[in-house]
Design a protein around this ligand. Sequence first.
Ligand code: PLP
Length: 390
Amino acid sequence: MKTVDKFARIGEENAFAVLARASVLAAQGMDVINLGIGQPDFPTPPHIVEAAVKALRDGHHGYTAANGIAELREAVSADLHRRFQEEISPDNVLIVPGGKVTMFTAILMFGEPGVEIMYPDPGFPIYRSMIEFTGATPVPVPIREEKGFGVSAEETLSLITSKTRLLILNSPANPCGGVTPKAEIDLLIAGLAAHPEVAIMSDEIYDQMLYDGEKHVTLLSYPEIRDRLILLNGWSKTYAMTGWRMGYSVWPDDLYDKARKLAVNAWSCVNTPSQYAAIAALTGPQDAVAEMLAAFDRRRRVVVDLANAMPGVSCVVPKGAFYAFPNIKDTGWQAKPLASKLLEQTGVATIAGPDFGILGEGYIRISYANSEENIRRALGRMHEFLNAGQ
Ligand code: PLP
C-alpha cells in the first residue's frame, strides 16, 4: 500500500525492542536481568490503585472532557503550587495519555519542512523520530560528559537560527542522568530573550528524581518565557504508573486550544479511572515517592562503584532520573555490539548509547530501576565479560 513518505523517516524506541528480545531469551530459559527499560520496578502505591477501582465501581466509565476532568487539572495546578510555588491555572493544564503524548503534540504543532527543531543528543529517541516525521530539520544539542551531562547554555544558544521554531530541553535527563544547573538555565533563559519566536518544550518527567538534596528547577519559574513554554510531565516515573498512560502538559493560552483540538481528534479523552487514580496520586500521601527515591539513590551508588571498577569503563555519578551512562570507550568495544553481546551471552539487557543519538557512541545506558541484588548480579556478569576480553 502506498502510504505517506513520512514513514520512511519515523524512528522507534529501541528500549522496547530490547525488552522484546529479553523476553524471548527469558522464555527460552535464560536468566535475563533487564537494565534496559526505564520503568520503576515498584508497584503503583495501593491507594492509587484503589482510587481507580473505586472510580469504576462509582460508575466513572464514560468519556470525560477532552482536556481532562476539572478536579484532576485542579490537582495538577495545586501540586505545581505545592512543589514550586508557581501559579498555574487549571485552564492551562491538559491531561494526556502518557508523557510521550505532549512531545508528539508539541512537535506536530511546530514541525514542518523548512523549520528547525532543537533536541538533546543523547536524548529520548522519540524527539528526533517525531521531528523527522514532520519533515522539520532536527538540530541536535550536544549533551556532554565534560558538562556533567547537563545542557550548555552557550552551545545551545549558538545553534539557534532564524528557522528555529522549537527547543526541546530535558532535565533531569534520560539517558545520561544529567541535571542542568540553575546558573546554566538562567543563562539560557536570558539568551532566549533575543529569540522570542522560539517555543520551548521542557520535559520534566523526572522532576522528583534528583539526588543529594538537589532541588528541581522548573522552567515554569521563569515568567519571561511563560507565554511560549510547554511543560511535559506525568505520573509514569514518579508514581510507578508507566502502564496507566497518564501524563499532563501545561500550555500557554495561545497554544492550549490547538493542543486540545489535537486531543479531540486523536484520543477524545484519557482513560477515566486512570484520571481518578491520578488525583489520588497527587492529593494522597507522598511517602512512596520518597521511598522509591531513596532506593534509587542506594542503587545509583552501587551502579557507579561497580561500573567504575570494570576494565576500560568510567561512569560519572548521575544527578537525577534512574539512569547511569558509563563511558566504554576504553574497552575497545563499540556500544551497539557490546550491548548486543551482553544480552545474548550474559543475559544482561542494557541500551546502547547510539540508540539515543549520534553522540551516544562510546556509552551504554544502565537503568537502575531494578533490585540491588539484580544490579549486583548484572554488573558482576558485565565485569566478567569485559575481563575475559571477548
Ligand atoms: N520523557 C522522557 C525523558 C522519558 O524518559 C520518558 C519515558 O521513558 C517519557 C518522556 C515518556 O513517558 P511516558 O511513559 O509517560 O509516556
